[in-house]
Ligand binder design. Structure first.
Ligand SMILES: Cc1cc2nc3c(=O)[nH]c(=O)nc-3n(C[C@H](O)[C@H](O)[C@H](O)COP(=O)(O)O)c2cc1C
Length: 415
């Protein structure tokens, strides 16, 4: 146990426009899949955030909220494209902030990375199919037109403005993990010849235009953040060099906060980490990359993925490789984990490797999502998480839930 007087994780942090975040522990985005089939927040979602509001977190980032109801990432996503659910969104924000944490809404468009059959079609900068292994789950997308790209940029801005009106303290763009922004950034997924593709500068245009469109709607002092990959870990994909250049460009236009992650659902490094020795010794997967970011940029930086011990978190902050510690999965099995950490104690539970007993399922990376989603659903129902739940059982039950969710979403669209 450490004395909490000395803990870096307990120190406040002042963002560039003066907003103070009360400590350095952040709940990173965990897609809750607790929206109704037409994208409204449910009672369970609000209850889950009531629980997390008591965790004394510096910042809570919501699971990804979709900007377009034609393009869900998975059944049960909350969708914000107009003000029809403003009352519920206000309630969600109020409850989440009630313990004194700041709350940012993560906003997203999945592009091609949406479960097959869920949406009428999927779109992406280019019509590049998935690998043979992934194409059972994800269909080949249609290439976006120039007019559609412009419309999508405005949609991000509309969603961000509604988040502000509802009382969220900021927004985070999901620019990581193989979703639409990450598809634009990647030379593998983006083969366009127009101003949205080709050079790295052209591929960055989409995210920078989104930033400007949001900024013009929310004003100078509303935090706009982004979660970005250090790399896609995919041959021909977004590399560390390109990521560093993208970070510099985002820093120059005034982004308020950058969260570093990595990988895609084709290469789920964000959940499984890399095999690098330096990662094993420092536990977090992307700290080496964060150190490289620091050489050129003083942008407020958060690193997410793999943090487990208080020592590991303290070391990352003390070395100034990170300003914030992003934690994901632990909050689905121990929702108040940050309270223990802030009092100088280790968490009660640990995020451990999961298995179904079948290698091909485990390697797919989706077990991590399905298993932890079920734990969040328990908390949303007022039940306790089951940190030792059987992997295979959880995987099969989630497939059933997802199947029902897809049917309900499609039925609603048809009616
Ligand atoms: C169930 C589940 C849902 C997730 N949903 C999102 C999401 O909506 N947006 C996002 O940026 N990352 C998402 N992630 C990734 C986490 O934010 C985080 O990057 C990852 O779990 C690694 O951090 P950890 O080792 O502390 O869990 C999700 C992860 C899990 C397990």
């Amino acid at each position: 146990m450490m004395s909490n007087q000395e803990l870096m994780i307990g120190q406040p942090f002042i963002l560039r426009q003066g907003q103070s975040i009360k400590n350095r522990i952040v709940k990173s985005a965990l897609s809750e899949a607790l929206g109704t089939p037409d994208g409204k927040p449910t009672r369970e979602l609000i209850k889950l955030y009531r629980t997390w509001s008591q965790a004394n977190l510096g910042l809570i980032i919501t699971g990804n909220v979709m900007i377009d109801r034609r393009a869900l990432g998975e059944p049960g996503n909350v969708v914000v494209e107009d003000e029809r659910d403003l009352g519920l969104l206000k309630e969600w924000a109020t409850v989440a902030k009630s313990g004194g944490s700041d709350v940012w809404m993560q906003i997203n468009h999945p592009g091609k990375q949406a479960i097959r059959g869920l949406n009428k079609e999927t779109v992406s900068p280019s019509a590049i199919p998935f690998s043979a292994k992934m194409s059972a789950a994800f269909a080949t997308p249609r290439e976006l037109t120039d007019a559609e790209i412009l419309e999508l940029i405005q949609r991000y801005a509309t969603t961000a403005a509604i988040a502000k009106k509802a009382g969220f303290n900021g927004v985070q763009l999901h620019g990581a993990h193989g979703y639409l922004i990450s598809q634009f950034l990647s030379p593998y997924h983006n083969r366009r010849q127009d101003k949205w593709g080709g050079s790295a500068e052209n591929r960055r245009r989409f995210v920078l235009e989104i930033y400007h469109a949001i900024r013009s709607k929310v004003g100078a002092d509303f935090p706009i953040a982004i979660k970005l990959n250090s790399a896609d870990f995919q041959r021909g994909g977004f590399t560390e060099e390109e990521s560093l250049a993208a970070i510099q460009a985002l820093d120059e236009v005034g982004i308020d906060h950058i969260e570093i992650s990595g990988g895609t659902y084709e290469k789920p490094i964000m959940q499984l980490g890399t095999q690098k020795e330096s990662t094993a010794s420092r536990e977090a997967y992307f700290l080496d990359f964060a150190r490289k970011v620091r050489q050129n940029s003083q942008v407020p930086l958060m690193v997410t993925g793999g943090f487990r011990s208080l020592n590991g978190m303290e070391a990352a902050l003390t070395s100034k490789d990170a300003d914030f510690i992003g934690l994901g999965r632990i909050f689905a099995i121990e929702p108040l984990a940050s309270k223990r950490l802030l009092s100088g104690q280790e968490t009660n539970y640990q995020v451990k490797p999961l298995t179904t007993g079948f290698k091909f399922i485990d390697n797919f990376g989706s077990l991590e999502v399905t298993w932890y989603t079920r734990q969040m659903h328990r908390i949303g129902k007022g039940e306790r998480p089951i940190p030792n739940e059987n992997g295979l059982k959880s995987f099969l039950l989630d497939i059933k839930d997802k199947g029902i969710g897809i049917l309900k979403t499609r039925q609603l669209r048809a009616s």
